[in-house]
Design a protein around this ligand. Structure first.
Ligand code: AMP
Ligand code: GLY
Length: 414
């Protein structure tokens, strides 16, 4: 199949790498891709989605897979569909589950899906009044997309009110903060739950756990994610069934009622409080770095699975019974600012481990870390511990100036 993958991160690299393991041979294209995806296929430097659709038509692309949320909320799926192209991902309208927290919270309330108590407002007075009705810890969120940075966990009501005021005045997040969501604080553990959806049916993937904070022990600032593993033993059979029945099914039904059937990856950010699953957030795409550990756990022909889903005819597929752990190797100044180019040296790649490349560029035939999250070292094994040992053995064989990574990925599972 001729397959186009939109995006440039480790997530898109991991999808491409997994597609090369299908028994059916594919020709892969990445728009724009990174310095390593060019080893898996061809990088395409076209940013405009109308132009990209023309490229897809000319290149006889049979399936397009969209990685990042921005492309989805900018309507790439609508544009491709208008050109009769087969694309896996939600329309702009369905992508509002991620692009607007206010829409998402109202959708949950309307469909009786459990989530933290909240209000969504553009009025400071209303925000302050609601803050007074909550406990001491209060969560304040900007409504729009701010790359995971628009969330403040305030330790007191005064701090919460100040955060709401700063957002509403445009001081902290500009336009994205012109509406805020104020939420009750949920005290539990977080899981990433993924379902591949075709508009009405779904297949769920192994439950993953991300590590959003920069430093060991969940300290330091929030990042895009510093490591992940799956499946998590924190999600038992009963919890998985509850999430499917109480969250995924009503969401697919609710989106059909809104005339925005959900096709693509539904990624539920869960908070589990005393065994009960709450929706913290929806994302409408694979998580990064969760995708990097999920890809090796999907059995069968990935290209056919996603093509079926895009056509509204998702078939059941099997999952590997092993475990995968991914450790993000980030550049020196991540997540604060960009870092200088640094040459990457990889000693050797032991059995049952591999690399998903993210923030890398190619210069004179050599790979350089070009900032942000540079790559993910992934290990597979028969337990979280075995997979994690393999991921860290691989990480020790990789070097670039300023490299930093967490040493405790998967600690909640051990
Ligand atoms: P979000 O972008 O909404 O997923 O929020 C980012 C992070 O903030 C989440 O991964 C949680 O760790 C935390 N968070 C968000 N909302 C809540 C909440 N209501 N209670 C506790 N923690 C939260
Ligand atoms: N790793 C979390 C995300 O991709 O949003």
């Amino acid at each position: 199949m001729n397959i186009l993958i939109i995006g440039s991160g480790g997530r898109e690299y991991a999808i491409g790498l997994r597609l090369t393991q299908d028994s059916q041979k594919h020709n892969l294209f990445f728009a724009p891709g990174n310095g390593a995806t060019s080893n898996l296929g061809q990088n395409v430097d076209i940013k405009d989605f109308n132009e990209l659709a023309k490229f897809a038509l000319n290149s006889k692309i049979e399936l397009t897979i969209v990685g990042p949320e921005n492309a989805l909320s900018d309507g790439v799926v609508d544009i491709f569909k208008a050109n009769n192209l087969n694309i896996f991902g939600p329309t702009k309208s369905a992508a509002r589950l991620e692009s607007s927290k206010a829409y998402m919270k109202e959708f949950l309330a309307k469909n009786g899906i459990r989530t933290a108590k909240f209000i969504n407002t553009n009025s400071y007075e209303e925000a302050a009044k609601f803050i007074d009705s909550l406990g001491d810890i209060v969560v304040v969120k900007a409504d729009g997309l701010c790359a995971g940075k628009g969330v403040i966990i305030a330790k007191s009501k005064d701090e919460a009110k100040k955060a709401a005021k700063d957002m509403l005045s445009g001081k902290s997040f500009g336009e994205a903060g012109s509406r805020v969501v104020i939420e009750e604080f949920l005290d539990g553990f977080e899981l990433s739950f993924f379902a591949i959806c075709d508009g009405s049916n779904f297949v769920s993937l192994p439950v993953a756990q991300d590590h959003k904070r920069l430093l060991d022990g969940d300290e330091g600032p929030n990042t895009g994610g510093m490591g992940a593993y799956a499946p998590s033993p924190l999600a038992d059979e009963n919890l998985i069934k509850r999430v499917q029945k109480e969250i995924i099914e009503p969401t697919l039904k609710g989106m059909q009622d809104e005339n925005a059937p959900f096709c693509g990856v539904l990624f539920v950010g869960l908070m589990v409080v005393n065994g009960v699953p709450y929706v913290l957030e929806f994302n409408v795409r694979f998580g990064d770095p969760e995708c990097e550990v999920l890809m090796p756990l999907i059995k069968g022909e990935l290209g056919e699975i996603l093509r079926g889903a895009a056509l509204g005819k998702l078939n059941k597929f099997d999952l590997d019974d092993g475990y995968a752990v991914g450790v993000v190797l980030a550049s020196k100044d991540y997540p604060y600012k960009s870092s200088p180019l640094a040459k990457i040296a990889v000693d050797n790649i032991p059995q049952n481990s591999h690399i998903a490349y993210a923030g890398v560029s190619l210069k004179d035939g050599e790979l350089y870390a070009s900032g942000g999250r540079v790559l993910v070292a992934i290990g597979k094994g028969g337990s979280v511990k075995e997979a994690r040992d393999r991921a860290y053995d691989l990480a020790k064989n990789i070097k670039f100036d300023g490299m930093q990574y967490r040493k405790d990925i998967g600690y909640q599972a051990l």
